[in-house]
Design a binder for this molecule. Structure first.
Ligand code: ADP
Length: 320
């Protein structure tokens, strides 16, 4: 291997820059040429890339997002599109690619590997929804942002004696919501992995009021229901003023916390080491604080049935 490329794909996450930096600095120290590909698979298709040097990745460790840009490029699912991408990769003499993204990006990486372009995947997403790793790059930063928002909501919720419903990102994974509920001191949590009975929430609010509680915070993952309608319903059924807040994209941005910088750096370094050992079609994870790698195929299959962290949820419920 003489020349590699690195790209970020799918939703951006804080710590992706640290991962790119890890790839670049390790690649250079091994005598490789490292190309930064703009805007994920779209940039690969459009042949937009730049040769990176040591200084190209200076001053980015502390920055959220990804300086290479990211995108969703649904056409990458088409074989003919990927054929053109493979031709671009060959023309540029790229021997291998590091793909930083979520499980969708992993599928793309696996398909490229199967077409003769060795790829290695790094889990870059705030959602923590990738199998084969305890944590994804960006998760802990997003969690900090959410907790800060919940702390603020608590102030106003307490002053006005309201119920606050706060919608958290996570797609189909409740990790961010449960962790936010524990650290933010929420009274109720709704996650996509478990059936939501609205009557349980009504009962809980009524029970808390009877106990003398003056306000409540409810954490709910996105895509479960319309939280504004839910707020109206809870207010109607409990007589308690209820407001909904959708945190939205602010959860994606911001300076990465130390853990995400370190995780991104470790995974970035490790990815180049693995490529040099001939690894292809695999992805990196952290399990019990140790870096590991797995075949992407096995991870993608598990994604459908990614185990729900039941113990985590039990802890949250104990504290309600
Ligand atoms: P994430 O990587 O964060 O899960 P997406 O699911 O949007 O985000 O995937 C990012 C990109 O990965 C897509 O825009 C597409 O270019 C590529 N991708 C996703 N699924 C596939 C697939 N089945 N085949 C090929 N490429 C895919």
């Amino acid at each position: 291997i003489k020349r590699i490329g690195v790209l970020t794909s799918g939703g951006d996450s804080p710590g992706m820059n640290a991962a790119i930096r890890g790839v670049v600095r390790t690649g250079l120290s091994e005598g490789l040429e490292v190309y930064g590909i703009y805007d994920g698979y779209l940039g690969l298709f459009q042949n937009r890339m730049i040769l990176l040097n040591h200084c190209s990745v200076s001053d980015i460790i502390n920055r959220g997002g990804t300086f290479l840009g990211s995108s969703r490029f649904p056409d990458f699912r088409k074989y003919t599109i990927r054929e053109k991408v493979v031709r671009n990769i060959k023309k540029r003499n790229l021997d291998a690619l590091v793909i930083i993204g979520g499980d969708g990006s992993y599928i793309g990486a696996k398909k490229l590997s199967d077409m003769g372009c060795p790829c290695i995947g790094l889990p870059g997403t705030i959602d923590n929804d990738v199998s084969g790793t305890d944590y994804t790059i960006g998760y802990f930063t997003a969690l900090e942002t959410i907790i800060e928002a919940i702390d603020r909501l608590r102030d106003t919720s307490s002053s006005h004696q309201r119920v606050s419903i706060v919608e958290v990102m996570g797609r189909y994974c409740g990790d961010l919501t449960i962790a936010a509920a524990i650290a933010g001191g929420c009274e109720f949590v709704v996650v996509p992995e478990l059936k939501f009975e609205v009557q349980d929430l009504v009962n809980k609010v009524k029970f808390d009021i009877a106990k003398g509680k003056k306000h409540a915070i409810v954490a709910i993952t996105e895509h479960i229901c319309n939280v504004f309608d839910l707020a109206k319903y809870i207010e109607k059924k409990t007589g308690k003023e209820t407001r909904a807040t959708v945190l939205g994209y602010i959860q994606r941005g911001g300076k990465p916390v130390a853990y995400d910088r370190i995780l991104g750096s470790r995974m970035g370094v490790y990815s180049v080491e693995l490529l040099l050992q001939g690894c292809s079609g695999c992805c990196i994870g952290i399990q019990n604080e140790k870096l590991v790698y797995n075949d992407i195929s096995s991870i993608i299959q598990q994604c459908v049935h990614r185990p729900f962290r039941q113990d985590f949820f039990r802890t949250a419920k104990r504290l309600f």
